[in-house]
Design a protein around this ligand. Structure first.
Ligand code: GLU
Length: 509
């Protein structure tokens, strides 16, 4: 492994919103950099202008900020190795392409896209469906290896469009040690002569990526598995320039929940979970939903993502970002694809919600409430409800009775429990409640127990009636704590109203 100071980069192309697979790549880069006291850089790779999507770069930066994994160098942040957007570095690349032509690692090719289509068609008819521009076929194409040099010169001067291609050697083994996959060996006969510089004056991804990783002193390239087939070419480019290659680490794919194929951007809304960190609306007005807007906490989202392709080797599952920094290592990243698990994702959120202090939850809750509420009371609401909630919004939907009188009563509970002497029993219990001079949970509980004992009834026969009248529900947190929270007057009033409602419900039955 490289002994250089750790400098890693996340290099997204602004072709749309950042898929969670991209966020995971950013996260692993971040963790690796922080763990080694290194630098995490973001570089926008926008050399393919045909795929540029306005707003994508801002989306990426905003999503990383929400996740709390901001780079220390990047566009809008600065740093000594800028600019960090490739289109702003455009003028730098040509000289490197020329250098490769001069050193005979690359060559000029004049073939038009029509020429290439014709070649592909002909090859197909001859039973070769996968024609490639490579060390064999290039000998019959229009390039600086086949054309006389004065003709090449003439064409260039006449302004004929051309590209610069990598000159793949024949039958050479390219070897490199991937930090996750160990040794990777590829024969150059399986590689094509990739375009390095395009006729529009822009480098391709391959050239720009290598030139910039070198210029930015990148020590480790941590990226998705889809780039593994490009890595041998990249290794060759470092070699051709005489530069030290970074250490490569290719992360496993993120798979659909059933393990069949890559998790795609369409899967989320199709299968009912977000695949983007934050909401994204396309130019056509189509909305892809995000984790942020679905109520996930960023630290829960990050914890979940960290486990998609990595594990600490222990049974611990809950990790703060700082703990992840301390624990994360590349050799513990798996080679096999990681199946996305929507239930586990919710589980992480649930755990984080439960461990968030009630006061903090109350702050968040107050932001989604339209009416003004006392924060201390909201904190109690959160404390009562958080074991039963996954998202802040659930506290409201599940615990609405804590903030307002019930407007309906759970039909199943009414049917099962409101019978015989229920009305009598509750009238008597309410009379008892109204005499109490203190109304804390313990007192109400003691009184309740004494009441059911005097009636020779069990908890299950009486408590659901009390709950039903006060909360409208068949289940919920401790009824005695609810009573304390609501206070005597409110409780007594709710029981009265509830009994009226029961009379009407039963009459209409
Ligand atoms: N621009 C490439 C992407 O969109 C970066 C690949 C790499 O990290 O080398 O994923």
């Amino acid at each position: 492994m490289s002994e250089r100071p750790v400098r890693v980069r996340f290099a997204p192309s602004p072709t749309g919103p950042l898929h969670i697979g991209g966020v995971r790549t950013a996260l692993y880069n971040y963790l690796f950099a922080k763990k080694h006291g290194g630098t995490f850089i973001i570089r926008i790779e926008d050399t393919d202008q045909t795929r540029f999507v306005p707003g994508a770069q801002d989306y990426i930066m905003d999503a990383l900020a929400w996740c709390g994994i901001m780079p220390t160098e990047g566009p809008g942040i600065g740093g000594e190795h800028g600019p960090y957007v490739q289109s702003e570095r455009k003028s730098m690349y040509r000289a490197f392409a020329d250098q490769l032509v001069e050193s005979e690692h690359a060559y000029i090719a004049f073939d038009s896209s029509e020429d290439l289509t014709t070649m592909r068609e002909q090859a197909k008819q001859m039973g070769m469906p996968n024609w490639q521009y490579n060390s064999t076929t290039r000998t019959s194409m229009k390039n600086s290896l086949t054309l006389p040099s004065d003709e090449v010169q003439r064409r260039i001067e006449a302004g004929d469009p051309y590209v610069i291609r990598m000159k793949m050697p024949r039958n050479k083994h390219i070897r490199f040690e991937d930090a996750i996959r160990s040794w990777v060996v590829v024969n150059t006969n399986n590689l094509d002569d990739k375009v390095l510089f395009k006729s529009d004056g822009m480098p391709t991804y391959h050239l720009a990526n290598i030139v910039d990783d070198h210029a930015m002193n990148i020590s480790h390239v941590i990226r998705g598995e889809e780039w593994l087939p490009s890595a041998p070419l990249h290794v060759m480019l470092y070699d051709a320039f005489g530069w030290e290659a970074p250490t490569f680490a290719h992360l496993p794919l993120l798979l659909k929940p059933d393990g069949n194929g890559k998790l795609s951007k369409r899967d989320g809304d199709r299968l009912g979970f977000p695949v983007f960190p934050t909401n994204w609306t396309t130019a056509e007005g189509e909305l892809y939903s995000g984790y942020r807007e679905n109520g996930y906490f960023p630290d829960a989202f990050i914890n979940m993502l960290a486990f998609l392709g990595w594990n600490p080797g222990t049974t611990q599952e809950l990790f703060s970002l700082q703990e992840l920094v301390e624990t994360f290592t590349l050799p513990r990243v798996s080679k096999a694809g990681a199946k996305f698990d929507p239930d586990k994702t919710k589980w992480f959120q649930q755990q984080y919600l439960r461990s968030t202090p009630n006061e903090e939850l109350a702050e968040k809750l107050s932001q989604i409430l339209t009416d003004k509420h006392d924060l201390n009371r909201l904190a109690t609401v959160c404390g009562l409800m958080k074991e039963r909630a996954t998202f802040i919004g659930d506290i409201l939907t599940e615990g609405s009775f804590l903030l307002a009188q019930p407007s309906e009563y759970d039909a199943k509970t009414v049917r099962k429990k409101w019978k015989n002497n229920a009305a009598e029993l509750m009238t008597e219990w309410n009379a008892k409640l109204s005499t109490l001079s203190s109304f804390d949970a313990a007192t109400v509980e003691t009184e309740f127990k004494a009441f059911i004992t005097s009636k020779e009834l069990g908890i299950g026969a009486v408590l659901p009636l009390f709950r039903l009248l006060v909360t409208g529900k068949g289940m919920g947190p401790s009824m005695f704590e609810i009573a304390e929270f609501l206070g005597k007057e409110e409780c007594v009033e709710r029981i009265e109203k509830g009994m009226e409602a029961m009379t009407n419900l039963v009459a209409n039955d």
